[in-house]
Design a binder for this molecule. Structure first.
Ligand code: 13P
Length: 241
């Protein structure tokens, strides 16, 4: 089986572009995971219906349905056709101040609604330079200790995304990714997440995807900017086999 390619479209695209991209990928029989913005979920669901593509959302409310203006509940995401959801992306941890306590509530809600979480972890540049990268990643993964063993097996993936590599064009080297994936995999094994895939994310492009996919312990890629264009996404997916 090939490795996983997950596309995080972040706050990009409009319905026409999302439909075109998703339909092309579906028509080619690809099995990528797509994470469009909320307003694009229905469009992408329609375009990928009956295909091997999987649909996920980029965030989930920590609350159940109710008076929470602007929030999108886990049940609403399921209703929109999502089967997965990103939790803990660094853009939310850092720009939106999401704490591990909040992330835990989001994980609980997602799991209760039957959504498979994709937990993102990764250190900042300052943390790496201070020699704390391993501890940060271990601590972020440790959040799942507060979940039942059965819940931990429901994650669709964990993604190691060093914050300094996201959107910077400066991807982790194969050695850096390999070292952190070794550590994260060992940690996940002890947490009862031995069967959960571990993805790498951060400035993945067609010209570095092959090298990153070849790293032992990299089960796939979480792609941001390069997932917005059909050609680059196809190239990366082809490399993933
Ligand atoms: P880029 O590929 O644009 O660096 O984004 C990575 C990412 O954050 C995926 O979740």
């Amino acid at each position: 089986m090939g490795k996983i390619v997950a596309a995080n479209w972040k706050m990009n695209l409009r319905r026409d572009a999302a439909r075109a991209l998703a339909s092309s990928l579906a028509g080619q029989g690809r099995d990528l995971w797509l994470f469009p913005g909320f307003t694009l979920l229905e469009t992408v669901r329609q375009a990928t219906s009956g295909s091997s593509l999987k649909l996920g959302a980029q965030d989930v409310s920590p609350e159940v349905d109710g008076a929470f203006t602007g929030d999108i509940s886990a049940e609403m995401l399921v209703d929109a056709g999502a089967t997965m959801v990103l939790v803990g992306h660094s853009e939310r941890r850092h720009s939106h101040g999401e704490t591990s306590a909040l992330l835990l509530r989001k994980l609980h809600r997602a799991l209760a609604a039957g959504l498979a979480p994709l937990l993102c972890v990764g250190e900042t540049l300052a943390q790496r330079q201070a020699g704390r990268a391993e501890k940060v990643v271990r601590d972020q993964l440790g959040l799942v200790k507060k979940l039942t063993p059965a819940a931990r097996e429901q994650f669709c993936a964990v993604a190691y995304e060093p914050v300094w590599a996201i959107g910077t064009g400066q991807n982790a080297t194969a050695a850096q990714a390999g070292a952190m994936h070794n550590l994260a995999r060992a940690e996940m094994n002890t947490l009862g997440m031995g069967t959960v895939p571990l993805l790498y994310g951060g400035s993945v492009k067609p010209d570095n995807a092959g090298e990153l996919l070849a790293v032992a312990g990299v089960d796939g890629l979480l792609v941001g900017g390069a997932s917005l264009e059909l050609e680059s996404l196809q190239t990366i997916d082809d490399l993933a086999g």
